[in-house]
Design a protein around this ligand. Structure first.
Ligand code: 7RM
Length: 635
């Protein structure tokens, strides 16, 4: 038992050493004690980062939803599994118990089955943050179908790309969604996407807004009547440990989004174990992660991790600023939230508002605060610590990725002393290393380098859907026998890690990963555009914002240019979504390029950040004269 629940720093070091000395033995013990298996594994781990191939708990048989739900029925059947807080504060919250969740997931699984879905099929879920989203995810897992949730803020083009890439047969969506004072026509977006998706033969539609929508006969079905006539029993499909559980898309620095593939048993063991320890969850606590289930944080730490521990997980439909900037604190007070997990970008936005929004609420239920998604700056950390945690709640700055499935570097509350802007120590079983440009490991403390992980952990992604070669090239080729994260990090004098940011062309805007290449591709669709380059620049709320340098085929007048600016952002919105819109667009006659034709983004980044005094080595630059032009008219 003591392995499962760490309470002191000494205990952390002890368990950590054990987990690294004999990972197989360690994870086997965790897996033995806390889960329901139809058959135990023949082999705990086999791996080869060269192929790459990783298998955990091979030979084991299980269904993750039995572990999330059925296992708790006799002890916690009437306890709340999902606490749904609607967008509109006037609409009552819903407390969905483990028993009710069991019935609803089973009904949904029966509906999926009746529409021809079976083990291994891909189902695309494009839903707002309503209970049906969690139910749909779990129903897929129950039947053995592979869910691919697409964040409901993505555009129709982004949606159709993902549907086609994974070959989904079915889409589960809603007539619309509420976001603050707006309603969004989700079904319209789906209809448009499906013009390009011949493989989808069934769309299930949740009624959320009573919207006037088109229902294509023979393809589209309202979901509720189907659920109503379905049985609330469904025998879980027995899965192999390494059967796929889900695909979740994440932006790459180049090309199309990568469908990260996660499998069943390892993901289950790791998300359950991290949830328990990183949030120090105790029975009957109320835990709230404000992420959307469309991101990995929502998969692992709204649905799977919490439910695997029999927790109460808050699911919030709305946004932090509706009806006003006090909404988060109102919800914390209302539901007596004990663990609160959010993104630095949200903290920065809320820290700008009147302190009264925070101070008028009773936040005394809070025990642990968390952040995820991007580096947290010192001011935001202190604001969070002082005003939300009242200096009594440890802040867990959790570093991890879609690819890692679960939290990798993090303090353990009440055990690890926190340090602002530091994610601190590797989680149990995680072996980070820092590497230099020449592929050598950097030993010692007070050093920085590229962050790699040298040993597999149970929830590492197993592949990119349909493109194993790309998986290998992206993560396992830069450094021999290592998983390369794409992030830079430094290690301080006591061995704490601080993540310094991406070392590739991924830019994190408000916690959303955006690749520069797909945005540039969208910009270049504009008929007036010859070429473009996008870089990030520091932004006090979003962390980074986007700055586009654009070469027009013919330079127009100011007014023409303003129109082009608007149209470029429209195209980006259509292709990717509003999160990828550019804050600044500068027209230029050329882009700084190396002799081999590569855009020197380093220079553009400095100009965008208004830090162009010292541009460093520009000796390989082919066209130094454009640098002066760009500097001269920087925005
Ligand atoms: C969970 C998630 C992954 C990228 C990652 C980092 C950045 C995430 C932190 C962080 C500094 C953190 N998955 N990142 N957490 N940077 N401190 N605590 O965000 O796939 O969407 O993004 O996010 O660059 O590589 S993700």
């Amino acid at each position: 038992m003591s392995n499962y629940h760490i309470k002191h720093l000494e205990e952390y070091y002890q368990v950590y050493r054990k987990s690294v000395r004999n990972p197989e033995l360690f994870w086997e013990e965790v897996a033995e004690e806390h889960f329901l298996w139809h058959k135990k594994w023949d082999n705990v781990l086999s791996w080869d980062f060269k192929k790459p191939e990783v298998k955990w708990f091979e030979g084991a048989k299980l269904n993750i939803t039995e572990n999330c739900i059925d296992r708790h029925l006799h002890t916690r059947g009437n306890r709340t599994a999902i606490l749904f807080e609607p967008n509109n504060p006037e609409e009552p919250a819903q407390h969905i118990s483990y028993s009710q969740l069991h019935a609803r997931v089973n009904q949904m699984a029966n509906v999926l089955k009746s529409k021809g879905i079976k083990k291994g099929d891909r189902v695309c879920i494009y839903l707002p943050m309503i209970p049906e989203l969690a139910v749909a995810v779990l129903a897929c897992a129950r039947i053995g179908a592979i869910h691919s949730v697409v964040f409901a803020g993505f555009s129709s083009t982004a949606l159709s790309t993902r549907i086609n890439d994974c070959g989904a047969k079915m889409v589960i969506t809603s007539d619309g969604s509420y976001r603050g004072d707006k309603t969004i026509d989700l079904k319209g977006i789906v209809d448009k996407a499906l013009d390009d998706c011949p493989g989808v033969n069934c769309v299930l539609v949740v009624n959320r807004i009573n919207g006037e929508i088109n229902m294509k006969s023979g393809r589209d079905y309202w979901i509720q009547p189907l659920l109503d006539k379905s049985s609330s029993d469904f025998p879980a499909e027995i899965m192999d440990a390494e059967d796929p559980l889900f695909i979740l898309y994440t932006s790459g620095s180049t090309g199309k989004p990568k469908g990260m593939l996660h499998t069943t048993a390892g993901y289950m063991v790791y998300t359950a174990y991290t949830f328990k320890n990183v949030f120090q969850y105790k029975q009957d606590d109320v835990y709230w992660c404000t992420a959307d289930i469309g991101w990995i944080t929502g998969h692992s730490y709204i649905i799977y991790g919490p439910l695997l521990n029999g927790a109460t997980s808050v699911m919030f439909e709305g946004v932090p600023h509706y009806p006003d900037f006090g909404r988060f604190w109102e919800i914390v007070e209302k539901h007596k939230v004990n663990q609160f997990y959010t993104a630095p970008t949200a903290i920065r936005a809320l820290a700008k508002q009147h302190l009264d929004f925070v101070e008028k609420r009773d936040l005394s239920s809070l025990k642990v605060l968390g952040t995820v998604g991007e580096p947290i700056n010192e001011e935001a950390w202190h604001w969070y610590n002082d005003n939300v945690g009242k200096k009594k709640c440890p802040i867990v700055d959790t570093w991890w990725q879609t690819e890692t499935g679960g939290i990798m570097i993090t303090p353990i509350p009440f055990a690890t002393p926190t340090k602002p802007t530091y994610a601190t120590l590797p989680f149990i079983g995680i072996q980070p290393v820092l590497m230099d440009e020449n592929g050598a490991e950097i030993h010692g403390n007070q050093v920085d380098g590229r962050l790699c992980i040298k040993f597999p952990w149970p929830s590492i992604a197993r592949s990119i859907w349909g493109d194993h070669q790309r998986f290998k090239d992206t993560y396992f080729s830069a450094f021999e026998n290592m998983y390369f994260t794409g992030d830079g990090a430094l290690r301080d004098e006591v061995g704490y890690y601080r993540i310094t940011g991406r070392v590739d062309d991924v830019i994190i805007v408000s916690g959303h990963n955006l690749g520069t290449a797909p945005i540039e591709d969208a910009i270049n669709e504009h008929p007036a555009v010859a070429e473009s380059a996008v870089v990030g620049f520091p932004h006090d709320v979003k962390g980074n914002a986007l700055y586009g340098f654009v070469i027009l085929k013919e330079t127009g007048e100011g007014r023409v240019q303003d129109n082009v600016r608007k149209e470029i952002n429209q195209i980006i919105t259509e292709h990717i979504g509003p999160i990828a819109k550019l804050d600044k667009i500068q027209f230029t006659s050329g882009l700084p390029k190396t002799r081999s034709g590569k855009i020197m983004r380093r220079i553009l980044r400095k100009i965008a950040a208004r830090d162009a005094e010292n541009l460093g080595d520009i000796s390989t630059l082919l066209n130094p004269e454009v640098v002066d032009e760009i500097k001269g008219s920087a925005m």
